[in-house]
Design a protein around this ligand. Structure first.
Ligand SMILES: *Cc1c(COP(=O)(O)O)cnc(C)c1O
Length: 393
């Protein structure tokens, strides 16, 4: 079976972990964490980067930083991972979902302004598949209405919008180093702070609501409880692992781009014959090949492709169940306008295996996919059930 994802290891991770062991500093914010922070700040241009246990944790810190009040609203797409919304719901706010653009599957920036009310506090653009949202438009809407922008750049490490790295454009940004992402630490993430007024409080929230950081810098003489927060910092073993990955970030990205380009080339004729639509990258974006997806013509075609690939030993997967149609989404969030592209495209999308080490198999996988689509699309078949289909985040 060719799995959808296989975590890539550089081979240097264990060496770094041994170094952390020798250093004898195993809690957070030791030498490896500092190296990761430096790299993130330099690469993304943030005023401050803070490692966290996950992108979810980074989103929670961001939500806490907003000082939300009950019924405050946060605008975001419904086509995203649970944590984008949950972090704000946990702080008492209401996510307001806006439909996506049919080309990039990112939030439709032309529909944001009509979702703004007196209660709106923030916009959370999600850079789906490492392809940037239209950030110029989103930032100018936010500035006009006094809103904070928090980029969910979980999938966006090493990608950019008009040469600005994703996660470095809004006042805050978040990254994920989950093992399904491009650069990994098993579980891991980072908060990117691009507005220095948030730095002090972000450090406090990340350190259990204490002023530990200021105390160790000698700025205050007492180490005490000063605000709300939690334990959001990863230990040095995680940071040591991550630093090995970071040092190969360029190479990992270019190997992924190579495979992405092969898929894209292979599927060009299917697209021109109207049998599917390929992953789309606007000119102003440099993507990071986080995933390769196709949009089939119907949910039946998509499900049949996934089932047939599974029988042939290839694991392909669909993606998000839109949050507005989930039980918690119905309870805690609301929609602004209709969700027609979200509902339609989420049912027709399939992601193909793409991981460092799969280079030799990409053409074979593409051939298999092409044969299945050519043989079965637009012909009558019974609809397979969704039961048992793979679904990973
Ligand atoms: C993966 C992902 C997350 C969650 O990341 P974790 O590090 O697993 O918490 C959040 N948002 C998006 C868009 C993601 O793809």
């Amino acid at each position: 079976m060719i799995p959808f994802n296989k975590p890539y290891m550089t081979g240097k991770e264990l060496w770094n972990i041994a170094q952390a062991h020798v250093n004898g500093h195993l809690a957070g914010d030791g030498p490896f964490t500092n190296k990761c922070h430096d790299w993130l700040e330099q690469t993304i241009g943030s005023d401050k980067a803070l490692l966290t246990h996950s992108c979810t944790a980074a989103l929670e810190i961001a939500a806490n930083l907003l000082d939300l009040e009950p019924n405050d609203e946060v605008i975001m797409p419904s086509y995203t991972f649970v944590s984008t919304a949950n972090a704000f719901v946990s702080q008492g706010a209401t996510p307001v979902f806006v439909d996506i653009r049919p080309d990039t599957l990112n939030i439709d920036e032309t529909k944001i302004e009509r979702a703004i009310t007196e209660k709106t506090r923030a916009i959370v653009p999600v850079h789906y598949s490492g392809v940037g949202c239209d950030m110029d438009t989103i930032m100018s809407i936010a500035n006009r209405h006094g809103l904070i922008v928090i980029e969910d750049a979980a999938q966006g490490v090493m990608a950019s919008y008009k040469d600005k790295p994703l996660g470095g454009i809004g006042q805050l940004g978040t990254l994920s180093f989950h093992e399904t992402k491009n650069i990994i630490a098993g579980e891991g993430g980072a908060l990117l702070i691009n507005d220095p007024t948030f730095i002090e409080r972000a450090k406090i929230i990340r350190e259990k609501g204490t002023n530990r950081d200021a105390y160790f810098r000698g700025v205050v003489d007492k180490y005490t409880w000063v605000d709300t927060g939690s334990s959001y910092l990863p230990g040095e073993i995680i940071a040591a692992f991550l630093y090995a990955q970071i040092q190969e970030a360029e190479e990992i990205t270019s190997r992924r781009i190579g495979m992405w380009n092969t898929y894209h080339h292979e599927f060009a004729s299917l697209e021109s014959r109207g049998l599917c639509r390929r992953h789309f990258i606007p000119d102003y974006c440099k993507h990071n090949a986080h995933m390769y997806y196709l949009l089939l013509n119907s949910i039946e075609d998509r499900d049949r492709l996934i089932c047939t690939l599974k029988e042939m030993g290839i694991q392909a997967v669909f993606h998000y169940i839109p949050l507005h149609s989930s039980p918690a989404g119905k309870k805690f969030a609301r929609t602004s306008g209709n969700m027609s592209f979200t509902d339609d495209l989420s049912q027709r999308l399939v992601r193909l295996p793409l991981w460092v080490g799969l280079e030799d198999k990409i053409v074979d996988i593409a051939d298999t996919v092409k044969n299945i689509i050519k043989e079965t699309t637009n012909t009558k078949h019974s609809t397979p059930t969704m039961h048992g289909l793979p679904h990973t985040t």
